[in-house]
Design a protein around this ligand. Structure first.
Ligand code: TGC
Ligand code: FAD
Length: 393
């Protein structure tokens, strides 16, 4: 018998009053989808490490791919708070499901929309929005993770095409992606984006196995050996490291919301368990030590909700800075990881089993705190922003 998902969303400061009717409807739709289609299978998905490909067209149909992309290119043309709420609800289900939607939306559709020409937008965006085409984003390399400026992947102009060589590591969705937005240096040492068809000769995308984290998301490499790339596949709208980092701003923003979803699921599970489980003749929720854990969790979730809602308003107004986004990503993922650890303790031994979602969220969040800029890197971004001094190098 499949598991029932009785999730109830905490809203301690009545923040729903800050949302529009449309926001609430979008959140309800995605929440019901997660309860119906994801919660019953996610434990098995993560135990077996087999991605549920059947969810992809459904995510497309629900508007989870490129929700902020204009209607004319197949997107739902929603605002940034709607995008955030979608990511929150997907990650409440599992970080791997949110990852798939994040990559498709912010790291594949966004760069094509922001830096591509109209032919590229018309060719790729509607199919990416529906899930007919799936994409991945290749920035990280074996020798260059936090420091993508050092990347070694290169392409050279061969007259009627570009010749691409190099490799990318830790790439979400690469083993099943149809296309990859790949960042490489041109002959002038400037970073540019290329749209790569993963079936092109010389491209391979082996899967990375043996992960203990994000098992509901497929991760792989992308290797380029003398790949002939048609010239029309170059994203000409922006060059330099700022181009891929601009995509990361959108993805990091979505993760800030997503992490709240994982935290809410852990908190909700721990709260219910604390009223049902008795020890020493009383519910464990009646003991001060357990109440401290739960009270601190709801406080941190509420603070993160406020931070993220305000960031969404700034983003809608075009005023959110990269450093503000870094602060929210860093704060919320750490908050979620801390809540996962505390919730796990509230459940005692039951907390380590797949009967409850907590251990899965905890393991997922170990990736989320590392990708899209590590916890350290985001702290240094804040440090640089407030002092004007870079401590990276
Ligand atoms: P720096 O000299 O600071 O900047 C170079 C140029 O970029 C501009 N810039 C940004 N532009 C837009 N958005 C941002 N967030 C930006 N940050 C910087 C900057 O203004 C400059 O422009 P220009 O015109 O002057 O050239 O660059 P740096 O080499 O010192 O590096 C800075 C640092 C360390 C912050 C950056 O390299 C960084 O963020 N590193 C972390 C790498 C990272 O986040 N990788 C993520 C890979 S993708 C991924 O993990 C997907 S997981 C998806 C999933 O499954 O959900
Ligand atoms: P490193 O950069 O080697 O860092 C190792 C440690 O050193 C970290 O603790 C870091 O904080 C610290 N460190 C590094 N530099 C400094 C410094 N200047 N000061 C202080 N400390 C420092 N990448 C993509 O391009 N596309 C994807 O789709 C993608 N998906 C991913 C999916 C998963 C599951 C994972 C785990 C990663 C994914 N990544 C992806 C890669 C991810 O972005 C990188 O792992 C991340 O940017 C960190 O790089 P690294 O792992 O090489 O760590």
């Amino acid at each position: 018998m499949s598991k029932q998902d009785h999730f109830q969303s905490p809203d301690y400061y009545l923040l729903d009053e800050l949302l529009t009717t449309e926001h609430l409807l979008i959140r309800k739709t995605i929440r019901e989808f997660i309860k119906r289609e994801v919660s019953p299978i996610i434990e098995e998905v993560c135990q077996s490490c087999v991605f549920p490909m059947g969810l992809i067209p459904k995510l497309g149909e629900l508007g989870c791919f490129g929700p902020f992309i204009p209607n004319q290119y197949g997107g739902a043309e929603l605002d940034q708070i709607s995008y955030g709420l979608i990511m929150q609800e997907l990650e409440r289900g599992d970080s791997g499901i949110r990852s798939t939607a994040s990559v498709q939306s912010s790291l594949v559709m966004y760069p094509i929309f922001a830096y591509g020409d109209d032919d590229q937008k018309r060719k790729y965006l509607p199919k990416l929005a529906s899930g007919e085409l799936m994409g991945c984003f290749g920035l990280t390399e074996p020798n260059h993770g936090s420091n993508p400026a050092g990347m070694e992947s290169r392409f050279i102009d061969q007259g009627d095409h570009f010749l691409l060589n190099g490799s990318k590591l830790w790439i979400s969705n690469s083993p099943f992606a149809d296309i990859a937005v790949v960042w490489a240096k041109n002959q002038n040492n400037r970073i540019q984006g290329l749209i790569i068809d993963t079936k092109m000769e010389g491209v391979s995308t082996p899967e990375t196995h043996n992960k203990w984290s994000l098992r509901g998301s497929v991760t792989g490499e992308i290797i380029f050996q003398n790949v002939k790339v048609p010239k029309e596949n170059l994203l000409r709208g922006k060059d330099g490291l700022g181009a891929p980092l601009g995509c990361l701003d959108s993805a990091r923003y979505g993760i800030a919301w997503g992490a709240i979803g994982a935290a809410m699921d852990c908190y909700d599970t721990a709260l219910k368990y604390s009223t049902e489980r008795t020890q020493f003749g009383k519910p464990i929720g009646s003991f001060q030590l357990q109440q401290k854990k739960l009270a601190e969790m709801i406080t941190e979730i509420t603070k993160a909700q406020l931070l993220t809602w305000r960031l969404g308003v700034l983003k809608n107004e075009g005023k959110a800075t990269s450093a503000q986004i870094s602060m929210a990503k860093r704060n919320n993922v750490e908050m979620a990881l801390q809540i996962a650890r505390e919730s796990r303790q509230v459940l005692g031994a039951m907390g380590i089993t797949g009967e409850y979602p907590i251990m899965r969220h905890m393991m997922n969040l170990e990736s989320v705190i590392t990708y899209e800029g590590t916890h350290d890197i985001h702290l240094l971004i804040t440090g640089q922003d407030i002092t004007g001094i870079s401590a990276f190098k």
